[in-house]
Design a protein around this ligand. Structure first.
Ligand SMILES: N[C@@H](CCC(=O)N[C@@H](CS)C(=O)NCC(=O)O)C(=O)O
Length: 213
């Protein structure tokens, strides 16, 4: 199997975590953000993650990829079905401040070069405004994120989200939060840090593995 992904992308991290949990080996292919040709040739869209299975079928949509891989249904998809609207709202609420805080930092990791950095920044600034302004507003994004984590996440961890065992919902939450580990002015509470580290250990996730091959 081949996984085409971006290191920072939360949807790609979902698939990397799922593959790790399921002990599925795969070729990890990190694409440059400005590479439009490769994803379009595979699926017709410029969107990652893309998983190409052993039969050569290319698939996107992180949850569809994971559902197809999880043959034994160990990720408890019923729990997601039961809480779908609530989880989607939570992920969107987390994603908004996380993306505003992390995008200006992600572009300075080894994943990007001058061309892909300019491509990413130009594209993302259309929706979010100048990265410079995002950094100037960082305190208010941090306050927004902390309030969501405090009121809508921590109390639901038992020790996983509404569950005593890891489910697809934990992979979705952890993948979206992982980027905050690179943000210098932010610190997870001990409860959340331990939760994320539990997900990391069970999924054998190594955020930076592709930078150090
Ligand atoms: N619903 C998709 C979302 C994937 C997605 O949004 N990927 C982003 C990266 S985080 C992407 O490929 N964006 C391409 C672009 O903006 O050029 C999934 O779950 O896989």
């Amino acid at each position: 199997m081949k996984l085409y992904h971006y290191v920072h992308c939360p949807f790609c991290i979902r698939v990397r975590m799922g593959l790790g949990l399921l002990n599925q080996s795969f070729d990890s292919l990190v694409l440059a953000y400005n590479d439009e040709k490769t994803p379009i040739a595979l699926t017709g869209k410029k969107m990652l993650p893309i998983l190409v299975d052993d039969s050569g079928t290319a698939r996107n949509e992180s949850l569809d990829i994971l559902k197809a891989l999880d043959k034994t249904k160990c990720l408890n998809w019923e729990l997601l079905d039961q809480h779908l609207a609530e989880v989607e709202t939570l992920i969107n609420k987390i994603g908004s401040p996380v993306h505003s805080l992390c995008m200006p930092y992600w572009i300075w990791t080894p994943e990007f070069n001058d061309e892909s950095r300019l491509y990413f920044q130009t594209k993302k600034e259309v929706k979010r405004g100048p990265f410079k302004n995002l950094i100037h507003q960082k305190e208010s994004f941090i306050t927004e994120l902390e309030s969501i984590l405090n009121t809508e996440l921590e109390g639901n961890l038992h020790p996983f989200y509404k569950s005593s065992t890891l489910t697809i919902i934990d992979i979705m939450i952890a993948a979206h939060l992982w980027g905050m580990y690179i943000f210098p002015e932010f610190q997870f509470t001990e409860t959340l840090h331990l939760y994320l580290q539990r997900v990391r250990a069970l999924t054998h996730f190594d955020y930076h593995q592709d930078f150090w091959k």
